[in-house]
Design a protein around this ligand. Structure first.
Ligand code: ADP
Ligand code: ZN
Ligand code: ZN
Length: 734
């Protein structure tokens, strides 16, 4: 760098919407490159900053010198730094938070970017000779011995954390006896010994999709793999990854939730004898850093992760694959509100590699892009292997006698399938016992004190909980208004459904899978195991069941209530309902046994529901897109939502009105300002909320407004008295 570029433009982790200029101080600018971390004075503290650029000019009044350098080479490749800067602009989110949010926490804290390995424990050969049952007086040690015997390759500290609370004292005792040993190992899944799985012969559609994708390797392009559940999309991913690995490149695979799809990881491992880095929320800080560095340095051939893994640096990127691209979990809903799907597409463009989006129920945005010819549309219309598509039908429950949400017709169908030794899956997207507690004498309902919402009854009707703010209290024994004790639960959640099943099918083993039953470590796996072993015959669950599981013996799927999705104020509600119905239905009859799907509804004639059932998701999506076009809603227009909340009830609307005026004075054409209005749930967690919607036909217009507007709002006096945030391409409108 020349003498004429003495300023260092640095991202610092702060909510301020800009970078900060510093002087190099004692550092030689020749040795500095964007992507390195530096220690910088910030206010009265020292912070870790990341060098974005060297600049010839600065508007800073009195730039201060940096304190020290941390990295000797850039932490991130230039393409990733470019992606982070793009994301900060596009989502109008402070660069410091974007950059530092993408780094493992040890790097945020200024730790060196070095791999140290992670703590593992395994049995010594003496330990392997011991009989755990003889340790009757040390049950925890015995449990650890058994656990390690099941995992001869050893377990990492975080894997142990997941399986046994407070395992360290017992492990120390075992180590003193020389029965176990500690090792430092890379935070990678390393190839297991033994032969790897052979790929099945692909069917014609799979082969055609793979051939198309193969020719696209080596340059940017977006593919949509649109294949019904069980059509073998994962096989196509695996085939493509095989090709990428053969070319000496890395594959980045993004999935909605790793904890819910352990089978997927196993398939990758069994197919490819290569090191795999897995990035998910259960990692320790050290594991995360090691895995991140293994990806960056090219040692991990495959990187699998959830949403935030889209920012994992790669030494030799070859392809990005995003499975279940429609899934809402790819959108971060607080803080830096980004869509990992959209970021993945941008990243692929910057890295000049292809990106593949896969789903049985693609989002309307993605389908629109495919129809416009921007994305290659690859279809798998048939189920792979011998599996047959399920048969869908509605059950009109109007005027039908119901028992805790179950109609007689559904119960009879369940009995038929159980008698024929099938398994039954009941889906209800509402956990707890009942969504409402009502006084039969005066009409009082249990409300949350902090939100405009009903409390959900749970724990066998003993407690009330608000699903919006998490507050809890014992259920009222009598009505606080009229003192009547005639309080009754209204509606049914999964807990109540399970109770009803105990009554109607007393001799049939069942499991319930929702956030409440799977909170404990290892609980989900235990429940899934009892389904796969065939011990449990009925499964009740929420949308956790809709994600990627294979239940080959399930022959009947009952959707207990889809009516919520049909008449919501949110314009995306029907799309979500259709995706959920299709995904849940896809769990049935995946093996040789054909499946049946029954949908209970009070609105059997709802046109979109009818279309979905008669002609399938693609026809539904086409009609839904036509509706969106008519209403000029995304993907036919572009939205941003400015939200504000405060304890003081007047402030949010006042601030947003003021924000609207500010936007108007900027006179950017092509942007409509709608509102402000109170949020659909006006009070939440004790705060009053409001929102201002921005709508534009052209995205560029929206972005031309956002930059200068938010800069103004940041220094606004009223703005400091409320909590506000901007959501570009919002997915939720509350
Ligand atoms: P998807 O990802 O579309 O849900 P999968 O790739 O998981 O589908 O495939 C569903 C099932 O079909 C899996 O058990 C898989 O092993 C099997 N399968 C996929 N492709 C083939 C094929 N070409 N021949 C035989 N079985 C296949
Ligand atoms: Zn009452
Ligand atoms: Zn609440």
């Amino acid at each position: 760098m020349s003498r004429r570029t003495p300023y260092l433009r640095i991202a610092v982790p702060t909510p301020l919407r800009r970078a900060f200029d510093y002087l190099p101080g004692e550092l030689a600018t020749d040795g500095l490159a964007p992507g390195m971390r530096l220690r910088v004075p910030f206010g009265r503290t020292t912070q870790v900053g990341l060098l974005l650029a060297l600049a010839a000019h600065s508007d800073a009044r009195r730039p201060r010198p940096v304190t020290a350098c941390i990295d000797r080479r850039p932490l991130l490749p230039a393409s990733l730094l470019a992606l982070l800067r793009w994301a900060s602009d596009y989502y109008a989110h402070p660069i410091g938070e974007v950059v530092f949010g993408a780094l493992p926490s040890l790097l945020r804290q200024g730790e060196p970017a070095e791999r140290r390995g992670v703590e593992h424990w395994r049995l010594t050969c003496r330990g392997a000779m011991q009989e755990p049952d003889r340790l009757t007086r040390a049950p925890r040690q015995a449990a650890l011995l058994r656990l390690l015997a099941e995992h001869p390759e050893g377990l990492s500290a975080s894997a142990l954390n997941e399986r046994q609370d407070n395992w360290r004292p017992g492990m120390r005792k075992l180590a003193e006896k020389d029965w176990v040993q500690r090792e430092q190992r890379p935070a990678l899944l390393l190839p297991e010994s033994g032969p790897s799985d052979e790929a099945p012969a692909l069917n014609a559609e799979q082969q055609a999709a793979l051939d198309g994708l193969r020719t696209g390797l080596g340059r940017f392009g977006v593919g949509l793999l649109d294949g019904v559940t069980g059509s073998g999309k994962t096989e196509v991913y695996l085939g493509l990854i095989g090709e990428v690995l053969a070319r000496g490149r890395q594959a980045l695979v993004l999935v909605p939730e790793i904890g819910l799809t352990p089978q997927l990881l196993d398939r990758f491992r069994r197919r490819f004898p290569v090191p795999i880095a897995v990035l998910h929320s259960g990692l320790s800080d050290r594991e995360r850093l090691d895995a991140w560095l293994a990806a960056r340095d090219g040692e991990a051939a495959i990187v699998i992760g959830t949403r935030s893994a889209v920012f994992t640096p790669l030494a030799r990127p070859g392809v990005i694959i995003l499975d279940e691209e429609h899934d809402a979990s790819f959108k971060q809903q607080e803080g830096f509100r980004y869509s990992a799907r959209d970021v993945a597409v941008k990243r692929a463009q910057l890295e000049d590699v292809p990106v593949l989006l896969g789903s049985a129920t693609p989002s309307l945005e993605t389908l629109h892009n495919a129809r416009q010819g921007r994305y290659a549309h690859l279809r798998l219309r048939e189920r792979a292997g011998t599996a047959r598509p399920p048969e869908l039908a509605v059950l009109d429950v109007r005027k039908q006698p119901m028992s805790s949400g179950l109609s007689l017709a559904l119960r009879n169908a369940m009995r038929r399938h159980l008698d024929a030794s099938g398994q039954v899956l009941l889906f209800l997207n509402r956990r707890g016992y009942a969504p409402t507690l009502l006084c039969h004498d005066c009409g009082w309902v249990a409300q949350c004190r902090r939100c405009d919402a009903h409390m959900t009854l749970f724990a066998g009707q003993k407690r009330l909980r608000c699903h919006h703010c998490g507050s809890e209290r014992p259920a009222d024994p009598a009505c606080p208004d009229c003192k009547s004790t005639a309080l009754s639960p209204v509606g049914a959640g999964t807990e109540r459904l399970e109770e009803a099943l105990r009554e109607h099918f007393p001799d049939t083993a069942r499991v319930r899978i929702d956030r409440d039953t799977t909170r404990r470590k290892g609980a989900l796996q235990a429940l899934l195991d009892s389904v796969h072993s065939g011990e449990a015959r009925i499964l009740v669950g929420t949308q956790m069941l809709a994600k990627g599981h294979h239940f080959p013996e399930v022959t009947l799927v009952g959707l207990v209530d889809v009516d919520q999705g049909l008449f919501s104020a949110d314009f995306r509600a029907t799309e979500r309902m259709a995706q959920l119905v299709t995904q849940v239905a896809g769990r049935a009859g995946r093996a040789e046994r054909p499946g049946q799907v029954l949908i209970q509804t009070h609105h059997p004639d709802h046109p979109l529901l009818q279309l979905l059932l008669r002609e399938g998701y693609a026809a539904f999506a086409q009609a839904a897109l036509a509706e969106r076009r008519q209403a000029n809603l995304p993907p036919f227009s572009h939205l941003a939502l400015l939200r504000a909340e405060a304890v003081d009830g007047d402030l949010p609307l006042r601030f947003l009105r003021h924000a609207r005026e500010q936007a108007e004075t900027l006179q950017v054409r092509g942007v409509q300002l709608l509102g402000p209005i109170p949020a659909p749930m006006e009070r939440r967690a004790g705060r009053v909320r409001a929102q201002l919607l921005l709508q534009a036909d052209r995205r560029a217009d929206l972005h031309r407004l956002l930059g200068p507007w938010l800069q103004q709002l940041e220094t606004d006096r009223l703005g400091r008295r409320v909590r506000w945030s901007i959501d570009v391409d919002p997915q939720e409108m509350f």
